[in-house]
Ligand binder design. Structure first.
Ligand code: F6P
Length: 343
């Protein structure tokens, strides 16, 4: 069987572990494994598939990024991209494994509905794909957030300052909430549970009154600026392509400036940005990326197309591709309330 594999959308630590699992299992069983460069672009534009050999897969489990390259590529603008991908799959491959998030799997679902022999793998640093407890990259991201807070904590305490930490999280606050929980943040602001600047200020004042002159405030980049008293400059996109680049809205800097305006506390802002996506994956990401990669390999080789291996209750189970699209998995109230206990 000739099995293609591609990574689409933003990169994430752990992608190489999944590619390695797929590739090594395919080579073990005598299949051909084709690495498609740069996501959908490698099928919609000039065909960019090349056979992967054992040597391509050596040592990659510890490496961040994706050895295949990736791209945010809009197949619908100009129209016709989906059809070109469909015919490239038909011409070159017997099966395709697409590793990506919501945007990628909307395309994968369409391709499956049009007869493509495709299986997905869940990846998004934001951790908000529907129907799965695990997405490649999230564990590494929250480890980086927690470590960053540890470092910011000591300097915040020394200078009696508020440190505002802006994390990734396009539409949901998983990275901010779980990274902030692990780092012991004093306040976490996420899209799912809007707060006003007044709420933030009151909380900081309570801490000052309790003799805690410094604070760490974690803010997800996708938090609505209007709720905080600011102005949104454009539509927030639910797509991986197009729309407003969230980091450019400067939510962290906005919160910091408002705190300085209303209190006598000095404030500094750190935007963690792509540091959250770079570097070596954690052991958790390596193990689970390997497991979902292996699940996708099993599915594609047994002809279970139109599916995606997801993680539920610590098990890898096969689910229809359509079950992971059409919305975001949000941080539940229970988790947010747990975070709030420590504010
Ligand atoms: O969708 C995942 C994500 O990491 C978001 O959290 C972030 O807004 C976005 O990607 C950044 O994308 P880019 O690398 O294209 O700037």
């Amino acid at each position: 069987m000739r099995i293609g594999v591609l990574t689409a959308g933003g990169d994430a630590p752990g992608l190489n572990a999944a590619i390695r699992a797929i590739g090594q299992m395919a080579l073990r069983d005598g299949h051909e494994v084709i690495g498609i460069a740069n996501g959908w672009a490698g099928l919609a534009d000039e065909y960019a598939g090349r056979p992967l050999h054992a040597s391509d897969l050596q040592g990659v489990i510890a490496q961040g990024g994706t050895l295949l390259g990736t791209a945010r590529y809009n197949l619908d603008n100009p129209p016709g991209g989906r059809e070109r991908v469909l015919s490239a799959i038909e011409e070159h491959l017997d099966g395709l494994i697409s590793i990506g998030g919501d945007g990628t799997h909307r395309i994968s679902t369409w391709l499956a509905d049009h007869g493509a022999p495709i299986v997905g793998v869940p990846k998004t640093l934001d951790n908000d794909l529907l129907g799965t407890d695990y997405c490649i990259g999230f564990d590494t991201a929250i480890s980086i957030v927690a470590e960053s807070i540890d470092r910011l904590y000591t300097t915040a305490a020394s200078h009696h300052r508020v440190m505002v930490v802006e994390t990734m999280g396009r539409l949901t606050g998983w990275v901010a909430a779980m990274g902030g929980l692990a780092g012991g943040a004093d306040m976490i602001v996420i899209p799912e549970f809007p707060v006003t600047m007044d709420d933030i200020m009151k909380h900081l004042e309570r801490r000052v009154a309790a003799g805690l002159a410094f604070s760490i405030v974690v803010v997800a980049e996708g938090v609505n600026l209007s709720t905080l008293g600011g102005t949104e400059k454009g539509e927030l996109s639910t797509e991986g392509v197009g729309g407003v680049r969230l980091a450019t809205r400067g939510v962290g800097q906005f919160v910091a400036s408002k705190i300085e305006e209303h209190t006598a506390i000095e404030v500094r802002t750190t935007v963690l940005g792509h540091l959250q996506r770079g570097g070596s994956p954690t052991a958790h990401d390596r193990i689970w990326a390997t497991r979902v990669g292996a699940g996708a390999y099993d599915a594609v080789t047994s002809g279970k197309f139109g599916t995606i291996p997801v993680v539920r209750d610590n098990n890898v189970v096969l689910s229809p591709l359509s079950s992971v699209i059409g919305g975001q998995r949000q941080v539940p109230r229970e988790i947010y309330e747990l975070c709030s206990v420590f504010f």
